[in-house]
Design a protein around this ligand. Structure first.
Ligand SMILES: N[C@@H](CCC(=O)N[C@@H](CS)C(=O)NCC(=O)O)C(=O)O
Length: 222
């Protein structure tokens, strides 16, 4: 039996969703974020040395990193579904987006979260203008322009086909759902028509809804 170590409001929601799409049985172990820091609880360190979510266990195997988990589940349980034929142009796009999600999109989205929090964090009055000044400079000079390009790229690609790898829904859409949700919450992507359409389509999928029922609501941190 697969166990998904599921941290509330996190990337692990997409693993529950993928398992629902595949119709593979699994159980969930729930973890709560620290209310002050939003970090994962120390119990997750007992499952994997980085203490992050998602992590799954399947028999003797412990697998971390969303992209690796998705590739494992597709390979082991997918029966050829949710992945384009190997070597096809769609497969190349599938691989690109599978890596793009965590390799390119998520780092500036996480930086945006952290630097926005610094700008609004309570601190002694004499430190405030300095901390805010530095945080704003990094956000405006580096993070925001980067995110603008990322959002534009996703929007243009979703303008070419309904799903990230082409006309068929694949596991790359599951992997991309989190950066798209985060970009909608933190980088104005919800106003983009193709991105908005993508979000509407994924939210309407019965498997997506089942994953939310079992894992809890997904409220992207801001
Ligand atoms: N690239 C990793 C990122 C894992 C990650 O940072 N997960 C977040 C949840 S969205 C986490 O566990 N945060 C809590 C913490 O860092 O303590 C993946 O995709 O699995």
């Amino acid at each position: 039996m697969i166990t998904v170590h599921h941290l509330e409001n996190s990337r692990s929601q997409r693993i529950l969703w993928l398992l629902e799409e595949l119709g593979v049985p699994y159980e969930i172990k729930h973890y709560k974020r620290d209310p002050k820091t939003s970090l994962a609880p120390p119990e997750l360190l007992k499952v994997h040395p980085l203490g992050k979510s998602p992590v799954i266990t399947d028999g003797d195997l412990t697998i971390a990193e969303s992209g690796a988990i998705i590739e494992y589940l597709i390979e082991r349980y997918g029966k050829g579904t949710l992945v384009p034929p190997r070597g096809s142009p769609e497969w190349l796009r599938y691989t690109y987006w599978l890596h793009f999600a965590e390799g390119t999109a998520m780092p500036p989205l996480v930086m945006k979260l952290v630097f926005t929090r610094i700008e609004h964090a309570p601190m002694p009055f004499f430190a405030r203008p300095i901390a805010r000044g530095i945080a704003q400079k990094v956000r405006r000079g580096m993070i925001d322009p980067n995110l603008e390009r990322i959002v534009k790229h996703m929007e243009e690609e979703l303008g070419k086909s309904a799903w990230f790898a082409g006309s068929e829904f694949t596991a790359a859409d599951v992997q991309m759902s989190f950066p798209v949700e985060a970009a909608a919450a933190r980088a104005g992507a919800a106003a983009m028509p193709h991105i908005k359409g993508f979000l509407e389509r994924i939210h309407a999928r019965p498997a997506y809804k089942r994953a939310l029922d079992k894992g809890g609501k997904l409220e992207i941190l801001r």
